[in-house]
Design a protein around this ligand. Structure first.
Ligand code: HCA
Ligand code: CU
Length: 403
């Protein structure tokens, strides 16, 4: 069922369709996609981030209301994390709660103690991790993986097994371990690009390599070290992954993973996916996390950043007043953001005329031109910004015929 209230208007649809003829992926055969939010697990690994139990529960509640499919949390970090995990599972949310643990029987026991239905177990499979981090052989890695899956399944758990550092592992070993854990009944396989080294085609090939040998559903978890996390997650989806990992604002270890807003909006706009989520909460979720973490959201952050809906150059302002679709992929209210106009040196005659009119001043176009020239002479940069509320936008449209 489509919970999203957003239906694009004709101008948006027409402009998207042309661009999407190049994107060429509005292919229903790609199937459904689930979104797993790891803000409480991966997000808490971001430098400077530590949530209180109340905050964890509030974030999970908001994500659930938003319509997320799964929420990942680690019960093994501290007694406080374990208690948070327990309470989350008890809260009876619609989202699946995934307890993220190491490939050890005692960790599975902790998840069981929390009454978990779903666990995510991670274990490195790259030689660099096996040799230098864990100091174990490939054989030992396989043995631990198979034993953990068998142990978890014997306790009736549903289980994702994440092959940490999969993108830097020997492909033949990757295929072998995928086959072995699938044979003992793993429910999902997680393919992370732990170091963010892949390009989109690389992520596509990684997922495809595994899909060619097993039917087990696949998760993708893409780190952003080269700024490719969103692109790589989508490429993984194109190759057949059915669950994408995100965090709010992309928080995570080092520079994080794919951000929720970008993934969800790309799926909506480029892939025509009717997700079961409330898109208009995206900005609110981002603000909530900014408040709880104290980590300032960059102004330039796509969609949820403060600059995402600011318009500055005169030609842009003129177009926005006539039809925002000229410079906005979707109207800001679709994701809960706000449009702002910046007045100053770059406003040009259209911006100047708009401002004069808003101030209730009578003017001729010559006067607006002079005003714009005056702003340029002053070399004042940006003078101020104006938020356009919905009422105000109505007013702005009435002014339009003057231009
Ligand atoms: C980690 C590693 C991990 C695991 C991903 C997953 C990664 O920090 O524990 O469980 O899906 O990036 O490989 O985040
Ligand atoms: Cu990670």
């Amino acid at each position: 069922m489509n919970n999203s209230k957003y239906e694009p208007n004709m101008t948006e649809i027409e402009s998207w369709n042309l661009a999407n003829s190049y994107n060429n992926v509005r292919d229903e055969s790609l199937g459904d996609v689930l979104i797993l939010d790891s803000t409480l697990r991966e997000g808490e690994q971001a430098p400077g981030v530590s949530f209180t139990m109340r905050q964890r529960l509030q974030i999970a509640w908001m994500l659930d209301y938003f319509g997320i499919d799964a929420i990942e949390i680690s019960p093994i970090i501290s007694p406080d994390h374990k208690e948070s995990c327990k309470r989350l599972i008890k809260a009876g949310l619609s989202a699946n709660i995934i307890a993220h643990v190491r490939a050890l029987p005692e960790d599975i026991d902790i998840a069981l103690d929390c009454d978990a239905n779903w666990v995510a177990v991670y274990h490195s499979i790259s030689d660099v991790h096996l040799k230098h981090k864990l100091r174990i052989s490939r054989e030992e890695a396989v043995r631990r993986a198979v034993n953990t899956v068998e142990y978890a399944k014997s306790h009736g758990l549903r289980l994702r097994f994440t092959l940490e550092d999969a993108s830097r592992a020997d492909p033949s070993f990757l295929k072998r371990i995928c086959k072995e854990i699938s044979e003992v009944g793993v429910d999902r396989i997680g393919l992370p690009d732990t170091l963010g080294i892949l390009r989109p085609k690389g992520m596509y090939n990684l997922v495809k390599t595994v899909r060619d040998v097993v039917n087990t559903p696949i998760d993708v978890h893409c780190h952003n070290d080269l700024g490719l996390a969103t692109a790589n997650s989508l490429a993984g989806f194109e190759a057949g992954a059915s669950q994408i990992h995100v965090t709010i604002n992309g928080l995570g270890e080092r520079v994080g993973i794919a951000p929720l807003a970008e993934v969800v909006m790309a799926l909506t706009i480029i892939y025509n996916k009717k997700l079961r989520v409330k898109l208009d909460m995206l900005k609110e979720l981002s603000d909530l996390i900014e408040n709880y973490t104290g980590v300032k959201t960059p102004e330039s952050k796509p969609l949820v950043g403060e600059n995402a809906y600011k318009h500055k150059a005169g030609t842009h302002i003129a177009a926005i007043i006539r039809n925002p679709a000229a410079y906005e992929l979707v109207p800001p209210k679709v994701i809960g953001n706000r449009r702002r106009i910046i007045f100053g040196e770059l406003s040009g005659k259209h911006g100047a005329a708009f401002l004069l009119r808003l101030l209730g001043l009578n003017y001729s176009m010559e006067e607006a031109v002079k005003f714009a020239q005056g702003l340029k002479r002053l070399r004042c940069g940006d003078l101020f910004e104006l938020s356009l509320s919905e009422d105000f936008e109505g007013e702005a449209l009435k002014l339009e015929d003057k231009f």
